[in-house]
Design a protein around this ligand. Structure first.
Ligand code: UGA
Ligand code: MN
Length: 244
């Protein structure tokens, strides 16, 4: 089965380093299609050049956050991008045995994760490290079945899980054409899984019954420097032009 990896991204100084790390992980994974979707009005040429260098089968698309969402104080990040990816899966020829996975550009992924994703029949879940004061988020598994969730921020969610903690079959995405992600900060995962009509009883626990952590919610510290340098270096006045 093909893994469709849907990665939302947006322009900032950490974009190319974050995407470089993710790309060089994905270069080790067979049978994938990488949907890289920018929250922007124009494709970033540095991202295009990076994708081109990898040799990975990819699609580079745009899905800017809607204007009304941009105005909000707390924003639901990456939603327009992920919904664009889902739309592509529904409208185009996609491997009917395939699985989709939302891979944020800044997380850290162990190669073993992709074997777990590939084995998903309908909906699979696994732990995610480095989340909240609990140190991780994970389904709770008893006798091979998901009975609940361990998460530092349950907040009335039916599915208190992180974006990196689940994979969904292409067939489930296609069977539920309204299974999209809502613009509700903090409730993107829960809303999406509810809209997909996921039942707790059908969740497949992965990563040795959720006893292994193969993905971490890492976050890259923001650099304070401006993207325009103060003086000319090697004939460049813009750091981005050194990212080729
Ligand atoms: C957490 C979750 O892990 C995300 O999956 C979730 O979307 C996010 O919270 C949220 O609730 O908004 P966090 O590390 O706080 O993630 O968020 P980011 O990594 O900054 O953003 C998530 C993804 O959206 C990234 O791939 C990022 O590149 C992208 N993004 C972020 C955009 O496309 N546009 C933005 O304006 C910001
Ligand atoms: Mn993140």
């Amino acid at each position: 089965p093909t893994i469709y990896i849907i990665t939302p991204t947006y322009k900032r100084q950490e974009q190319i380093p974050d995407l470089t790390r993710l790309a060089q992980t994905l270069m080790h994974v067979p049978s994938i299609m990488w949907l890289v979707i920018e929250d922007a009005e124009m494709l970033n040429p540095q991202v295009a050049a990076l994708l081109n260098r990898t040799g990975i089968k990819y699609l580079h698309m745009l899905a800017p956050m809607p204007k009304d969402q941009q105005k909000r104080k707390v924003k639901a990040r990456g939603v327009s991008n992920r919904n664009r990816g889902l739309q592509w899966i529904r409208e185009n020829f996609a491997d009917k045995n395939g699985v989709i996975y939302f891979a944020d550009d800044d997380n850290t992924y162990d190669l073993r994760l992709f074997d777990e994703i590939r084995s998903v029949k309908k909906i699979g879940m696994w732990p995610v490290g480095l989340l909240t004061s609990y140190g991780m988020s994970s389904p709770v598994v008893k006798d091979g079945r998901v009975t609940g969730f361990y998460d530092g921020w349950v907040a009335n969610r039916k599915f208190p899980v992180d974006m990196a903690g689940f994979g969904v079959s292409v067939s489930m995405i296609r069977r539920n054409p309204k299974g999209n992600m809502p613009y509700v900060p903090g409730y993107e995962e829960d809303g999406f899984l509810r809209n997909l009509n996921v039942k707790i009883s059908e969740i497949e626990p992965k990563a040795e019954n959720c006893t292994k952590i193969y993905v971490w919610h890492t976050q890259t510290k923001k650099n304070r420097a401006p993207s325009r340098v103060n003086a000319t270096i090697h004939g460049h006045t813009n750091i981005w032009t050194l990212y080729q």
